[in-house]
Design a protein around this ligand. Structure first.
Ligand code: AMP
Ligand code: TRP
Length: 355
């Protein structure tokens, strides 16, 4: 049985500062996956237009995310790093997927509902179609694995639905052209052109919460800077934000069960575990019975130790704009060749006249 070649793809939007949630939930996983798979990491600048069309500094934001990728240890020679808008095939495939996906699927997306708010009629059409572009990002490379934070789970389920509908709707043509690949879906073996991509979500840091409110996700858009640790924060701000993080008056429990109903405590334990690359259980083994007056300084020291070098490296790399631009241009060329190879076949499958 032929199978899809394992390939990792993920994307980060160039809007606002990267924070600890992005780092632990996504970028650290990107770095780790490089040892075992071919990887493509993309700064998704077209996605950032969906919420806000005019950005004063989109180019610099794109470079800043790229610098964060490189500073964290992503190797742009062994793998591919580029910005989405350089490879127009993403937009082309997204259009085709707009015609595969159903409006009802898009209307059910919780991120759309959150971002559109009450005035849904006035949200951009792009915001509604956002998951279709995300599916295109992944499937234009026929990527098999996508590391992301927990908040992207629903979008990845939709990506599988789009792949499956495309494979079904065009099954005869895919078979006729001999471009299908066999894959296992549950008990069945099916043949399709697009893989059913697997999310890589999980670990103690898949969902990092705000430092001010354990029920809200740590986010670029939170008005309070105290709610998040930015990747660019210096040692003093990191320590201050952890010192001021909301907690409860109890000591830390010795077991995981003891964190139930204590979202702020659970979040800080998750952050420690993510940074130290150990489980939450192991953190509680070490700190169970201790007060936050002991745990917070230990967490602050660990966060500074792990994040300060990344921030320093980001500053250094950001200073060399020519290098960052060269990485994106080289990555864009390599990604473009792969994407065009997929699109040639997709156009054939659909029956578009080309060549
Ligand atoms: P974004 O900045 O929304 O483009 O997100 C980039 C990546 O970071 C995605 O994989 C998100 O799922 C992940 N991410 C964003 N916020 C968090 C968070 N608070 N906790 C864990 N992962 C997150
Ligand atoms: N939607 C993702 C986010 O907001 C960003 C993204 C766009 C992405 N395209 C992607 C993530 C493809 C993974 C794969 O975080």
């Amino acid at each position: 049985m032929t199978a899809f070649k394992p390939l990792v793809f993920s994307g980060v939007q160039p809007t606002g500062n990267l924070h600890l949630g992005n780092y632990l939930g996504a970028i650290k996983k990107f770095v780790a996956l490089q040892d075992t798979s071919d990887c493509i990491y993309c700064v998704v600048d077209l996605h950032s237009l969906t919420a806000q069309l005019v950005h004063e500094d989109l180019k610099d934001q794109t470079r800043a995310i790229t610098a964060a990728f490189l500073a964290s240890g992503i190797d742009p020679k062994k793998h591919i790093v580029f910005n989405q808008s350089r490879v127009m095939q993403h937009a082309e495939l997204a259009w085709i997927f707009n015609c595969v996906a159903r409006i009802g699927w898009m209307n059910r997306m919780t991120q759309f509902k959150d971002k559109a708010g009450k005035d849904r009629e006035n949200a951009s059409l792009g915001l509604l179609a956002y998951p279709s572009l995300m599916a295109a990002d992944i499937l234009v490379y026929r990527a098999t694995h996508v590391p992301v934070g927990d908040d992207q789970k629903q979008h990845l389920e939709l990506t599988r639905d789009i792949a499956q509908k495309f494979n079904n709707d065009f099954s005869d043509r895919i078979a006729g052209l001999g471009v299908g690949v066999e894959m296992n879906v549950g008990e069945e073996t099916v043949n399709g052109f697009f893989p059913l991509t697997e999310p890589i979500i999980g670990g103690p840091a898949a969902r990092i919460m705000s430092l001010r409110d354990g029920s809200k996700k740590m986010s670029k858009s939170d008005p309070s800077d105290l709610s998040r640790i930015n990747l660019t924060d210096d040692a003093d701000s990191i320590s201050k934000k952890i010192r001021k993080a909301k907690t409860d008056p109890e000591a830390l429990p010795g077991e995981l069960d003891g964190l139930a109903g204590r979202p702020e405590a659970e979040n800080l334990v998750g952050i420690y575990a993510g940074l130290a690359e150990i489980s939450k259980e192991a953190v509680l083994k070490e700190f169970g019975g201790q007060q936050f007056s002991v745990f917070k300084p230990a967490l602050a020291d660990l966060a500074v130790e792990k994040l300060a070098p990344v921030a320093g490296e980001m500053r250094r790399i950001s200073g060399d704009r020519a290098y960052v631009d060269a990485v994106l241009s080289d990555g864009g060329e390599r990604a473009g060749l792969l994407a065009e190879a997929t699109m040639k076949t997709v156009r054939d499958i659909i029956g578009l006249l080309q060549g």
